[in-house]
Each structure stands twice: as C-alpha cells, then as structure tokens.
Design a protein around this ligand. Structure first.
Ligand SMILES: [Zn+2]
Length: 247
C-alpha cells in the first residue's frame, strides 16, 4: 500500500500554534527586533535565514547551474533518480539531527509560514492537521519505500523507468519541499546551533536549482498563496537576487 494517494495539495489557514519557548541558543544570535525606544514595527521580525551572514552561508560558492546540468551520456531519468536519492538521504540526516527539537509539543502542526500549516489528506479523503514530526515521518517513510521499490526507482540495468516516474518524482519533490519549508521556518535556530547552515543552505539551494532545471518544482509550492505565503519563498527570491539561483 502506497502513501501516494494520501497526500493533499491543500493548504489551510489555521490558528498559529502556541509560540515555542525560547530555544537555549536564540540569545546568542543577533536580534532582529527593533531597538528599545524605536517604534515597534507591525511586521514580524525578519527570519534569521534571511539575515546576513546566514543567508550567504554556503559550502558551494556561486551558481548551481553547472552542478545540476545533465552529465554527458547520462540518462535524464537516472540523473533525476540519483539526485532525488541524494536529496532524500541528506535531508533525512538533517532531520535526524533536529528530530529531538521537532516534537508533538513543539510542532503540533506542519507549519511553514505565519499563516500556513500543511494538511494531510487521510484515508477518508479528509484534510487533517498533523503534528510536524508525524507528517515528516509519513513523508520520509513514503519516499524511502518508493526508493526501495524497483518498480518505481529501477536500479537493475535494463529495467525501464515507469511512465508514472515524472509524476511520482514531482510528488516526492513537493513533499520534500514541505519538509525543508518546516525546518527553515521553525528550526533554523537549531540548524545554526549545529553550525550546519552552510551545509543546509547549499543542500536546499541545490534542491531548488535542480527542481527548477528539471521542472520538478511548482513555483506556487515554493511561494505559497498571497494570504498564506511559505517562509522559504522569500529565500528563493533572495538567492535569485544574490545570483545563487538562476533568475
Ligand atoms: Zn518541527
């Protein structure tokens, strides 16, 4: 039984989860709050992942265009499959390192923006809120099962990729994007605490560049709706301005 049909595209607006208590690390990072005495800005403070120097932190300098290009003589399906495997493995390692911070209590919803909580379509086709760790577990298990299924991701030589492969990988991409979106939106302070921001930023920029090059990403999934934007939508724009991603 695949989870394939269990994923919903819908995003619903829901009350914000209770604000997380301050993480032990948050005081060691530059504050983005206004200075005492200055008028309070109505807008929320700029997220740390959009602030210098974190937004520039990367393992790879420059544009990702060359990294994502199809190597000579490589089959495009094989290339997409191999890259998705790598993105999944790397994201899973990060999630493993962050999982003790992402609990039912800290993350009662799969939040990814000030008014955005991803919902899950359950067996009864109902859109339901799930705690983020449950949601992410479902995604990661589903992707792992697909990667292990030789009918979906063939590994033996001479085996053809199924006709459904392009739509399957788009589905995978959308769900992995949601995991990135939650980790950036909620857990970036912990990523900074682990000093992993150069690695995490490079992984995500690579993921975005690859998704754009092979049309695996839907821009509206990156940016969200005007009334419920995805936090990382602004990062996508910022990296385009900086030349990290293609304009
Ligand atoms: Zn979380």
């Amino acid at each position: 039984m695949s989870f394939f049909n269990s994923f919903g595209r819908s995003m619903t607006r829901a009350p914000r989860p209770p604000k997380r208590s301050t993480t032990p690390t948050s005081s060691s990072f530059p504050s983005t709050e206004s200075l005492p005495g200055t008028p309070t800005m109505p807008a929320a403070p700029k997220p740390l992942y959009l602030c210098s120097p974190f937004v520039e932190a990367a393992l790879v300098k420059g544009n990702f265009k060359h990294i994502v290009m199809l190597p000579k003589y490589a089959d495009v399906m094989e290339w997409v499959a191999a890259n998705i495997f790598d993105f999944y493995q790397n994201l899973n390692l990060f999630y493993g390192a962050l999982s003790e911070c992402c609990t039912q209590q800290s993350c009662p919803t799969m939040s990814a923006g000030p008014s955005l909580n991803y919902t899950w379509i359950n067996q009864d086709r109902k859109s339901v809120q799930l705690p983020a760790p449950t949601y992410i577990d479902y995604v990661m298990t589903w992707v792992q099962d697909l990667l292990d299924d030789d009918n979906v991701f063939p590994t033996k030589s001479g085996r053809e990729f199924p006709q459904t492969f392009p739509s399957t990988v788009k589905h995978v991409y959308r769900q992995l994007l949601r995991v990135f979106a939650h980790l950036y939106y909620v857990h970036y302070p912990q990523i900074l605490h682990l000093r992993s921001e150069p690695h995490f930023n490079s992984l995500f920029a690579h993921f975005l560049a690859f998704g754009k090059e092979y049309e695996l990403l839907d821009i509206k999934d990156v940016k969200g709706q005007p009334n419920s934007p995805v936090g990382i939508g602004a990062l996508w724009d910022r990296w385009k301005e900086m030349g990290i991603l293609e304009a």
